[in-house]
Design a protein around this ligand. Structure first.
Ligand code: HEC
Ligand code: HEC
Length: 459
């Protein structure tokens, strides 16, 4: 109501000003009524949707704690790739522990993405990842997580990179010990007392001659029994069912806290939003022309739809698998579906706060790879897109103009699995520049330091 009134008033004011503006024809709304109806599907960004599977998602103390977990490199294991020894992108000498945090690859200072990675390469954690790190902006609006959607909640997503041998290369038993040793009071204030197993982990898991420094005392990943890094001693797999369950509970709480923090990482109130709200001058004319192309001739909004500028679905747009750390083949969503269905940390599992809601979301997904999904990747948000390059799941494209040129030629000629859905667009160079001008208006307002600044970590 208020918005409509505002827009009507702004319109009346502009009309009154027109004669004095001479040739300022574009000051009369650039878009007709039907076009405005389309624009209102793209803005404003609504409130962050609820996550029924995470009972702590709206808990302020959980979010504050999650921010610390997000920035704390103590939740990580030994570096494995020798590239790590090379500054400034490297994280330290091979074998060094405690250098990788979420913020290393999703850095608030660079659009919650990883600018250490040169275009055409991926992110360097303990090793190189096989895909490019996407931004965390507006991630809480997503339905599926990762490029292939192999996670169904933000909290479950957060557990993935920590155990990945090329990211944190951590282990969940060690995480429980870091929480016990550095975060006990804060963690217990949110999640209740740590299970007794956690207090006893040293005696359960410590082996006589620790092969890695003492601050990384135990191997605790499933499948880590007789891990060579643990000197051949049984670790997580050697725990009893109850002990595993206790360690997993602490691990899940770690993920749920991080998810509560990530819900604050928002890109909103951009110049584009101010324009749709009625400020005719919020974006330049070139951007208005680009916006018209976005939902018109260039067809971007068929996939980049809704206020977060994504349909939340999976498509193949013909991005070739090229780059130093990119695997030769990547089937994307085809493997993502059976993975999320089988995940013990999915929304219908024992750690979900609402297994019914979680099961409803997973209903209809098969447990075997579906060739129809081959080579499809999740449509990413375009909010704050000027900040979050390099682009695509391979990180191969350096600039927005090159992204638009990529779409204009209908994708790469080959080098990807599945069937490319794109066709060439026939845009002129001027039209391509206009599209870029529009994309640049999607920069969100600055976030408070309470979200972006590294917090003080407990000793
Ligand atoms: C070594 C770099 C690295 C580290 C460290 C890292 N990530 Fe990521 N992150 C990635 C990459 C690469 C992907 C995409 C992987 C894929 O899709 O297969 C990703 C994907 C994500 C996504 C999915 C976004 C989306 O739109 O689906 C989220 C959320 C995320 N990471 C959060 C985290 C959190 C939380 C942590 C810390 C617990 C973390 N990441 C640690 C590199 C990293
Ligand atoms: C058929 C669906 C579809 C259409 C149409 C489409 N996109 Fe995309 N877009 C995607 C998908 C899927 C990805 C990720 C692909 C990948 O990495 O393999 C993507 C990636 C992007 C990226 C990189 C985002 C990032 O964070 O890496 C940008 C920018 C982008 N699209 C802009 C556009 C523009 C501009 C148009 C119109 C010219 C457009 N898209 C049309 C589905 C689409």
């Amino acid at each position: 109501m208020h918005e409509g009134l505002h827009r009507a008033l702004a319109g009346a004011l502009l009309l009154a000003l027109l004669p004095a503006c001479g040739g300022g024809g574009d000051r009369v709304s650039f878009f007709n009524t039907e076009e405005w109806a389309v624009l209102r599907t793209l803005s404003p960004l609504p409130a962050v949707p609820a996550d029924p599977t995470n009972e702590f998602s709206e808990d302020a103390a959980a979010g504050d704690l999650g921010r610390k977990y997000y920035f704390d490199p103590r939740f990580s294991g030994p570096l494995v790739d020798p590239a790590n020894a090379v500054p400034p992108g490297g994280n330290g000498a091979v074998g060094t522990v405690g250098t990788i945090s979420c913020s290393r690859c999703h850095n608030p200072a660079t659009g919650f993405t990883d600018r250490r990675s040169v275009p055409g390469n991926t992110s360097l954690g303990a090793g190189f990842t096989g895909r490019h790190a996407p931004t965390i902006y507006n991630v809480a609006y997503n339905t599926w997580f990762f490029w292939d959607g192999r996670k169904d909640s933000l909290w479950s997503q957060a557990l993935g990179p920590t155990m990945s041998p090329v990211e944190h290369n951590g282990n969940r038993a060690q995480f429980a010990m870091v929480i016990r040793d550095h975060y006990k009071a804060e963690h217990e204030a949110v999640f209740g007392p740590l299970p007794a197993t956690v207090a006893a982990l040293d005696s359960i898991l410590l082996f006589p001659t620790p092969p890695v420094p003492p601050d990384f005392p135990a191997q605790g990943r499933p499948g880590d029994s007789l891990d060579p890094l643990a000197g051949g001693f049984p670790a997580y797999d050697g725990l009893t069912a109850q002990e595993k369950r206790d360690v997993d509970t602490v691990f899940v709480h770690f993920g749920k806290a991080i998810a509560a923090y990530e819900r604050r990482v928002l890109s909103t109130n951009s110049a584009f939003d101010r324009y749709v709200a009625g400020n005719e001058d919020a974006i330049p004319t070139a951007a208005k022309r680009g916006l018209k192309l976005f939902f018109g001739k260039a067809k971007c909004s068929t996939c980049h739809s809704g206020p977060n500028l994504t349909d939340g679905k999976f498509h193949s747009i013909g991005v070739s698998q090229s780059g130093p750390s990119i695997p030769a083949g990547d089937d994307g969503r085809m493997n993502g579906i059976p993975t999320v269905v089988a995940d013990v940390f999915n929304g219908k599992g024992a750690f979900s706060a609402d297994a019914m809601a979680g099961a409803a979301k997973l209903a209809g997904l098969g447990s075997t790879p579906d060739p129809a999904q081959q080579g499809k990747f999740k449509t990413p948000t375009l909010r704050s897109i000027g900040e979050t390059g390099p682009y695509m799941h391979t990180g191969a494209i350096a600039s927005l103009l090159e992204v638009v040129a990529f779409y204009n030629r209908g994708g790469d000629p080959g080098g990807f699995s599945g069937t490319n859905e794109l066709a060439p667009l026939g845009l002129s160079f001027a039209e391509m520049q206009d599209l870029v001008a529009f994309l640049e208006t999607l920069e969100g307002e600055e976030l408070p330091a309470s979200v972006t600044a590294p917090p003080v970590l407990p000793p």
